[in-house]
Design a binder for this molecule. Structure first.
Ligand code: NAP
Length: 357
């Protein structure tokens, strides 16, 4: 059923200081919207400064910042007042460097989703919630593909292999999206539309983000993955397409359901080859793939998230997603991935985040 959204009403964006959210805010402001962006610390110039710059460059829109924390129940009521659209992007995207996966990932993802959606239940103006979920809610390991008879993942699939001990970030996204659908199904005023992006690449407008996206692209150029990488595929997509998907999901009258936002599943070595072709051999791009039986036993020494089980279930496996629903229902026209990686690496160089070897 069609649902008309009033674009003159403010749009709320949680976690506005994030890598993806910066681009969403930019698109909304350029479209003349009023954005209520939530941040944890409005006085932190490092994360809020880039948002102010985005707003200054798009004077046709208006940005208002509010302080809110995923674990602070009532903190989303004030920014949500008067909004028809709520975009919930805030959630930690880290895969290492924490003691407790539950506290670092699962609690903020699930409790945060609950707090935001319960605020939507209390706010009569809300008609639509766009949730930044992930392909991680759709699948856990590449090896899961063996159990999918059609040979590729679609919006019908759910992650069945992640847990608090194995791929906890993916598990947090699975639990958070499930929680969102549960809260959605118990009411009938607002509609839930989910955006399920693959690994996001492309230029960042902020240097403050702790997103694993940015860390992964840096690792490809700063020597952390030199000389060898596992033979591992990820679904990738451009950050600008992910932001566009959120805007389409917010305003299209007939938007509903889940949307895989992916544009190919290159290996790490294929990405490194693209970067070498464009930027030359002055950087420590990985040179070859290491067989699984070797990488399995020492990868975790370099990277605590690369456990033997992770390598076993993800290295040397095929991976494929069907993105046709995003094209048909959201009208997405994807940036070529080559451009995504080149633009991202260029931004890292321009910002001095990668140096020549
Ligand atoms: P990001 O730059 O790290 O953004 C995450 C945002 O979440 C930040 O704005 C952060 O706010 C906020 N946040 C974290 N913990 C919070 C808390 N307790 N209370 C309030 N805010 C909190 O990461 P991103 O890559 O843009 O990710 C944004 C969303 O996209 C996440 O939901 C992530 O799961 C999803 N996603 C990302 C990718 C990807 O490849 N990047 C792929 C699929 C889905 P502060 O600035 O205050 O820290």
């Amino acid at each position: 059923m069609d649902q008309i959204i009033d674009k003159t009403k403010p749009v709320m964006v949680t976690g506005a200081s994030g890598y993806i959210a910066n681009w969403i805010v930019k698109l909304l402001l350029e479209a003349g919207c009023t954005v209520h962006g939530t941040v944890r610390d409005p006085d932190n110039e490092k994360s809020v400064g880039p948002l102010k710059k985005i707003a200054a460059a798009a004077p046709q829109g208006t940005l208002k910042l509010f302080k809110a924390d995923l674990l602070d129940k009532g903190s989303f009521d004030a920014p949500m007042a008067g909004c028809e659209v709520v975009m919930h992007t805030a959630s930690p995207f880290v895969v290492r460097g924490f003691k407790s996966a539950h506290e670092a990932l699962i609690r903020p993802a699930v409790e945060g989703t609950r707090n935001v959606l319960e605020a939507a239940n209390r706010t009569a103006s809300v008609k639509r919630v766009v949730l930044t979920s992930s392909v991680a809610a759709v699948y856990g390991d590449c090896a899961d593909m063996k159990k999918i008879p059609r040979g590729f993942f679609t919006e019908d699939d759910w992650n069945f292999s992640s847990s608090e001990d194995h791929q906890p970030y993916s598990y947090s996204k699975f639990l958070a999206e499930k929680e969102a659908w549960k809260i959605h199904d118990a009411q009938n005023r607002w509609r839930l539309v989910t955006i399920n992006p693959g690994m996001v690449g492309g230029p960042a407008l902020t240097r403050a983000s702790a997103s694993t996206s940015i860390d992964t692209m840096r690792a490809l150029g700063n020597g952390r993955l030199w000389p060898a990488v596992p033979s591992m595929r990820l679904a990738w997509v451009d950050v600008r397409d992910v932001a566009q998907a959120h805007v389409e999901a917010a305003f299209r009258p007939d938007a509903e359901g889940r949307h895989l936002i992916t544009n190919g599943e290159p290996t790490m070595l294929e990405i490194a080859r693209i970067l070498r072709k464009h930027f030359g051999s002055g950087y420590k791009f990985p040179l070859f793939e290491m067989p699984k039986f070797i990488i399995k036993w020492f990868a975790w020494v370099i990277d605590s998230s690369a456990t033997p089980k992770f390598v076993e279930q993800n290295s040397e496996h095929p991976l494929k997603f069907d993105n046709s629903r995003s094209k048909q229902r959201l009208g997405l026209q994807y940036h070529p991935l080559e451009q995504t990686f080149v633009d991202h690496f260029k931004q890292l160089l321009d910002d001095g985040l990668i140096r020549r070897k």
